[in-house]
Write a protein that binds this ligand. Structure first.
Ligand SMILES: Cc1ncc(COP(=O)(O)O)c(C=O)c1O
Length: 366
């Protein structure tokens, strides 16, 4: 059997280490996972209730067009139903975009340290990824613009950027969009939209009317706390949604995902509360990093990228032994780890463990 040549050297995606695996491997009873930017407060009770009720229908295929959820989300966002598409996480929308639009040899532009799924899907389609260095951890939109040429199919802007947590402002985005040729798609990934507190952050949905080449991605995995149900969505002009829909599998979201997302949308009090807690705890963590003399990127997400002044894998392993899972291995930032903002208690445990890690590293220095 001969696979597509472009997939032969593709690395398999490494997710954050599962809690169960760490407990088993290290014989730990308590493990705190701050590695995948999940919601430490779980999800809305209304979503859990909806899932329980839906159990009776487990043997019946879901609604392939997510009609009810589409209605509720369109109303919530103030868009038409034809502006929306759902996926098995926003991961799948990324894959569908590349599947629908990318041909071998096309070029696609993204930051040099951003969400890895853009590149892996571009690779699968045989497209060429042009990586533009972040500037102070932030997308360098003028430099990205300068890379656009006749071969460019799409530009990816992760806002806030995973892993740095930085944002591009509305003004910068508009200046950029005004100069991007209309045949080049701009994908604005707003997986962490609900955590942002900076007022300069773009209100992107109204921009879809102005820019037919703009696609916005959001998800129920993060603030809505439904990561395991795999449901995310894209917002774009109907003609773009229609094209993406052509390559979508018929039943790509589950009954549980659809009913939970619908119920979760109707509990905005939960979203508000989680966002406020996250902002306060994010600030607490950042202050702790300052107290410890560590550099970090000021974050608008539910995670922070912090420089621990040692190879990130060393810090990762030291924290793991203490029952804390974080994320390491960011090639542009080899001495940084990414930590998700947890509950206040989890954050305190993380800082205590980090202090041990820093002391260990200090005492090992010649
Ligand atoms: C920036 C960004 N986009 C998209 C996703 C995908 O999320 P999901 O597929 O769970 O919706 C993630 C997940 O971590 C992410 O960090």
């Amino acid at each position: 059997m001969k696979p597509k040549s472009q997939i032969v050297d593709l690395p398999v995606y490494k997710p954050g280490k599962p809690i169960e695996e760490v407990k088993r491997e290290l014989g730990l009873e308590q493990v705190i996972k701050l590695a995948s930017n999940e919601n430490p407060y779980g999800s809305s009770p209304a979503a859990l209730e909806a899932i329980t009720k839906e159990m009776a229908n487990v043997s019946v295929y879901p609604d392939g067009s997510s009609v009810e959820l589409t209605e509720v989300l369109a109303e919530h966002l103030g868009v038409e139903r034809s502006n929306l598409i759902f996926g098995c996480g926003s991961d799948e929308i990324i894959a569908l975009i590349t599947r629908a639009f990318f041909l071998p040899g096309d070029e696609t532009i993204m930051a040099d340290q951003t969400f890895s799924v853009y590149k892996s899907n571009a690779d699968i389609e045989g497209a060429v990824t042009i990586e533009v260095p972040l500037k102070n951890g932030t997308h360098d939109l003028p430099a990205m613009l300068a890379e656009i040429n006749d071969k460019t199919k799409a530009v990816w802007i992760c806002n806030p950027n995973n892993p740095t947590g930085t944002i591009v402002t509305e003004q910068d985005l508009i200046t950029f969009m005004d100069q991007v040729p209309s045949q080049v798609m701009v994908v604005l990934d707003e997986a962490y939209y609900e955590f942002v507190t900076d007022e300069a952050y773009p209100q992107s949905i109204p921009l879809i009317d102005r820019y037919p080449n703009l696609v916005v991605l959001r998800t129920f995995s993060k603030i809505y706390g439904l990561a395991s149900l795999r449901i995310g969505y894209g917002i774009a002009r109907p003609e773009v949604i229609d094209l993406i829909n052509r390559v979508r599998e018929p039943f790509n979201t589950s009954r549980f995902g659809q009913v939970a997302a619908k119920a979760a949308l109707q509990d905005q009090a939960f979203v508000q509360e989680c966002s406020q807690r996250n902002a306060a705890d994010r600030e607490w963590l950042q202050n702790e990093f300052s107290r410890l003399g560590l550099r970090y990127f000021s974050s608008q997400g539910n995670f922070i990228l912090v420089d621990v002044n040692m190879p990130s894998l060393t810090a990762f392993q030291s924290l793991l032994k203490q029952g804390i899972i974080v994320r390491s291995g960011f090639h542009v930032y080899p001495t940084y780890i990414r930590v998700s903002v947890g509950t206040a208690e989890q954050n305190r445990a993380f800082i205590a463990a980090l202090e041990n890690t820093l002391a260990e590293s200090e005492s090992a220095r010649p």
